[in-house]
Design a protein around this ligand. Structure first.
Ligand code: 0L1
Ligand code: MG
Length: 262
């Protein structure tokens, strides 16, 4: 660790307050250029601990920046990992209040639900598919707490990878019954297709993102519990949304899922 525990506490409190109060901030590495990867995940852990202490429960995990389109959009080269809690859940067809967010964007994702524990290191696509129950469409709403989405990777990790809301729905299918590489998706905003893609955009296969998450957890002495929901990462670039927008994600063979911004 490059930062002392008190600084980690302060940075976690700051980012958590920015998330709760929907206010932006400069990226934290501006004031702490020596911040390490361990520091960044330690800050994310502290935010999760504060939420759990306040009564939240873990609703799942996410991989972010897993597609070349997203990496290009953000000017980065590596995926990142974060947590999902129950306060982020939006029911299928439900509403997201933009007044509670800073500058939301949506991402079309394939979600996995596991039925067996997964442990790294050494996790791979085959192990993920063998341990998965179903896959289904999901829309992640990201809302970086950093002004104008200007950040570096460590700052993003500390900010729980911009996680803010998510909705899953459509038709859940057996994870082994579909070829997720060639599964096509269309993201629509107000009835217009705004992004198109296929599962292979996510690291060649969306299950590869889940395997990377499991190996990341393994390096930290953790595993992915049975019954976990995992957002495997945006298949396309993220699309900005505002109040009044209706967003629908259509996934080949899995129906559609929608969310409204009010
Ligand atoms: O889920 C994601 O891919 C987002 C990762 C964080 C970067 C961003 O805010 O776009
Ligand atoms: Mg995402």
């Amino acid at each position: 660790m490059a930062l002392d525990p008190k600084t980690l506490d302060q940075l976690a409190e700051h980012l958590h307050a920015c998330q709760r109060e929907a206010r932006d901030t400069l990226k934290i590495t501006d004031a702490h250029p020596d911040m390490s990867w361990d520091d960044a995940y330690a800050i994310q852990d502290r935010i999760l601990a504060a939420k759990l202490k306040a009564g939240a429960r873990v609703a799942g995990y996410k991989a972010g920046l897993t597609s070349h389109a997203k990496m290009r959009q953000m000017g980065v080269t590596d995926p990142v990992f974060g947590f999902l809690v129950d306060e982020f859940i939006v029911p299928e067809g439900g509403e997201v209040k933009v007044s509670q967010l800073i500058h939301p964007k949506v991402e079309p994702e394939i979600c996995f639900v596991t039925r067996a524990e997964l442990k790294g290191p050494g996790c791979h696509i085959g192990a993920v598919l063998a341990a998965s129950d179903v896959v289904l469409p999901g829309i992640e709403v990201i809302d970086s707490r950093y002004r104008d989405f200007k950040f570096d990777l460590k700052s993003v990790v500390a900010d729980n990878t911009s996680a803010s809301r998510f909705v899953v729905g459509g038709r859940a299918v057996d994870a082994r019954s579909v070829d997720l590489r060639t599964t096509g998706i269309v993201l629509e905003k107000n009835g217009q297709a705004v992004a198109l893609g296929a599962g292979a955009a996510v690291l060649g296969h969306p299950a590869a993102a889940v395997a990377m998450l499991v190996n990341h957890l393994g390096r930290r002495g953790q595993s992915l519990p049975a019954g976990s929901l995992v957002l495997s990462g945006g298949i396309t670039e993220a699309v900005a949304v505002q109040a009044g927008d209706n967003v629908t994600l259509r996934v080949q063979g899995m129906g559609s899922v929608s969310v409204r911004f009010v």
